[in-house]
Design a protein around this ligand. Structure first.
Ligand SMILES: [Zn+2]
Ligand SMILES: [Zn+2]
Length: 79
């Protein structure tokens, strides 16, 4: 998987000693679902919930996964 920036890399690679579950960790802002291949913004207080995002909240790079899914649902580029 391509990591767009260091902030995103830190979110992925930083393990928290106090929270095994990233949804419970206040330091964790985004999660990556390997199952669905999308990134999500963690929503607090709603159980294990995340809002899918298509762009990196820090650097604005289009993220693989949801972005790809959206594009393929729209159709292939005529080229
Ligand atoms: Zn980024
Ligand atoms: Zn934590």
């Amino acid at each position: 998987m391509r990591i767009c920036c260091e902030r995103m890399r830190a979110q992925l690679e930083r393990g928290c000693p106090r929270h095994d579950d990233p949804y419970l960790c206040p330091d964790r802002l985004v999660v990556h679902s390997a199952e669905f291949g999308v990134w999500g913004l963690v929503v607090r207080g709603e159980g294990r919930m995340a809002v899918p995002i298509a762009f990196c909240p820090w650097c604005g790079t289009r993220l693989a996964g949801l972005g790809e899914a959206v594009r393929s649902s729209v159709g292939k580029d005529p080229a």
